[in-house]
Design a protein. Sequence first.
Length: 337
Amino acid sequence: LTIVSLGQLYIQIGKFEESEKIYSMLLPTFEHMIQRVETSSNHDDLKYQIIRGIKLQYSATLHDLGRATEYDSSKVEKCQSYYLKAIEMYRSQNYEKNQIYSNLSAGLSMFYERLGNYKEATKWNIESLSSSQVVERWDHPHFASNLHGYHIKIPIQYNQLEEYRKISVASIQKLSTVLGEDHPAIIGPLYFLSVISSNLENLELARASIERVLNSNVKLHGELHPSVATSQMHLGMLEFKAHNIAEAEKLFKAALKTRINLYGFDHPHVGLTCFDLGKALIHNGKANDGLYYLKEAQRVFRLHLRDDDPIVKNSKLSLENLLKAAEAVQNKWMTGS
């Protein structure tokens, strides 16, 4: 476990080659452990349980190897094989499609997004979402899912938010010094800092963090990229919270255009974007347009998610309330009352 933790630490600080070396050393160990258990004199049921436990850790290690190699363009095939083998091994043990499986699928989806293979990215994105058990504190489908791949969770101890903020700022400063201002490893911590700052009502710091993420993503990937659209969505939500509705609308429209170009009209990302854009349009006095995008969001959600999924329930509840509000605003506008 200590070695695994060290490998994860190296990933967090951007030392991907060191992380890959550590995890690669573990793979033969897992194989040896499985072989020893299989040839032991233990009862078959006990063997089965032990091997399941080993393969679960084996699968997690393969997933981390994928994370350690995904930024190296010379290791594309190797990275893909790690992710696919991790999922195959997880499935082979007949585990339920829980949050672990969801995270594995999300990692593979992000890998395909970086390659520009949006067909495979979409497939694994939906696979990840359909097996996700994460329901965030925010009553919002964008944060009730892990579609964008950044597993942002609000700390339960709200009285410690300021402490988290200070730690985040210090870690980002150190990472920036060691790795450079625009290193990919800094993007995740910046997202986290933005969420904490927003909860502390420090919208200026939250906005600065996301603007930095957006600029980094544009430099890394160019304008037409999923990560750029995600950054625009986060920044748009901050502008919406700050009552800069026109600016929020502009950012949501930019993100929607990118996501439709990349994914088509039926992708969950597009539905989520329509949801936020519809809400912004309604608040900006554009009821007809807002109602259109809200209904479009509802169509996409129902197309992809199970009826009993918490995300669907939250989305339906929020959308129904917003649809009623939109229709009321529309009726008032039409009657002039």
